[in-house]
Design a protein around this ligand. Structure first.
Ligand code: FES
Length: 273
C-alpha cells in the first residue's frame, strides 16, 4: 500500500498528491511515469511523476478528473492509500548540455513538464516558460515555474490572465526574438502539441513532446499506447512518453483519442455526439 502524505486541490478538478513510495522516489527521473490503482476493481491509470523527493521517499502526482477512474482517485484524502503504484516507467529524458530551452505547457501538461524544467535549470540551462490554459483558474504551478524560469509567459484562451489566445502566439514571438534556442519541450493537449511542433518545424528548432496516450499494462505488451513516429510504430510506455515532435503522427493520435473519449462517454451514460 502506498500512503498519501498530502493532498492539495490546485484548480477545479485538478488535484496534487504526495505519496510515500521510497523505492520509486529513489529511481525517479524527469520524464518517468507511474501506473496507479486505487483498489482491486479499479482501472490502472498512468500518471507522470510531477516531482520527487528522494530523502523523504515521496513522489508527487497531479491528477485531472477527466473520467470515472480519475474521479475516484481525487476522492482519496491524505492518510488513504493506493493499492498499487508501479514505476518509474518509461524512458527518462536527458537534460544536460542545453543552453536555452523553451518549455510550453497546456493545462495539466505543466505537471509533467515541471521536473524537466527543474532539472534543466539545475544544469544551468536558461529556461523560458509559456503556461497556457483555457482560463486563469486552470493555470497550475505558476510559482514553481517562476522560480526556475528566466522568462515566464501566461496565455489564456479567454484573456483572464496574460496573453489572450494560444500558446503558439507567444511561442512565435519568443522564436522571433531568440535565434539561439536549442530545444522546445511541449506537453499538453494533443492538438496543442501538434500546432507547437508545426510552428517549431518552420523555425527549425528541435522539439520534444510527451504523449499522454491511453495506457493499459505499461510494459509494451498490450499495444494500447502505440504511436507512429517517423513512420515506425512505437509504444509510449516503453519507448516514450517523450518523442521528437516533428516525427509524431498527431492526426492518428487525435483519431484514437476521439475513439476512447466516445467510450468514456458511454461509461458515464452520456450519448456520443
Ligand atoms: Fe500497453 Fe504501452 S500500455 S503497450
Amino acid at each position: 500500500m502506498y500512503k498519501i502524505l498530502e493532498k492539495e486541490v490546485l484548480a477545479p478538478k485538478i488535484t496534487k498528491f504526495k505519496v510515500l513510495a521510497p523505492n520509486v522516489a529513489a529511481k525517479a527521473q524527469p520524464g518517468h511515469f507511474l501506473i496507479v490503482r486505487v483498489d482491486e476493481q479499479a482501472e490502472r491509470i498512468p500518471l507522470t511523476i510531477a516531482d520527487y523527493d528522494r530523502q523523504e521517499g515521496s513522489v508527487t502526482i497531479i491528477v485531472q478528473e477527466v473520467g470515472y477512474s480519475s474521479e475516484e482517485i481525487c476522492k482519496l484524502e491524505a492518510g488513504d492509500s493506493f493499492l498499487d503504484l508501479v514505476g518509474p516507467l518509461g524512458e527518462h529524458i536527458e537534460t544536460e548540455n542545453y543552453k536555452k530551452v523553451v518549455c510550453v505547457a497546456g493545462g495539466l501538461g505543466a505537471a509533467p513538464l515541471y521536473p524537466k524544467a527543474k532539472s534543466l535549470s539545475e544544469e544551468g540551462t536558461e529556461v523560458i516558460t509559456i503556461l497556457g490554459a483555457r482560463t486563469k483558474e486552470l493555470i497550475i504551478l505558476e510559482e514553481d515555474f517562476a522560480e526556475l524560469s528566466q522568462q515566464l509567459y501566461i496565455s489564456t484562451d479567454d484573456g483572464s490572465k496574460g496573453h489572450q489566445g494560444f500558446v503558439t502566439d507567444v511561442l512565435k514571438e519568443v522564436l522571433e526574438e531568440n535565434d539561439d534556442i536549442d530545444l522546445v519541450i511541449t506537453i499538453g493537449p494533443m492538438i496543442m502539441m501538434k500546432f507547437v511542433s508545426g510552428l517549431t518545424k518552420e523555425y527549425g528548432v528541435n522539439t520534444m513532446v510527451s504523449l499522454n496516450s491511453l495506457m493499459v499494462d505499461g510494459t509494451g505488451m498490450c499495444g494500447g499506447c502505440r504511436v507512429t513516429v517517423g513512420g515506425e510504430t512505437k509504444f509510449a510506455c516503453v519507448d516514450g512518453p517523450a518523442f521528437d515532435g516533428h516525427l509524431v503522427d498527431f492526426d492518428e493520435q487525435l483519431r484514437r483519442q476521439q475513439f476512447y473519449s466516445d467510450h468514456e462517454k458511454l461509461a458515464h451514460g452520456h450519448e456520443i455526439g
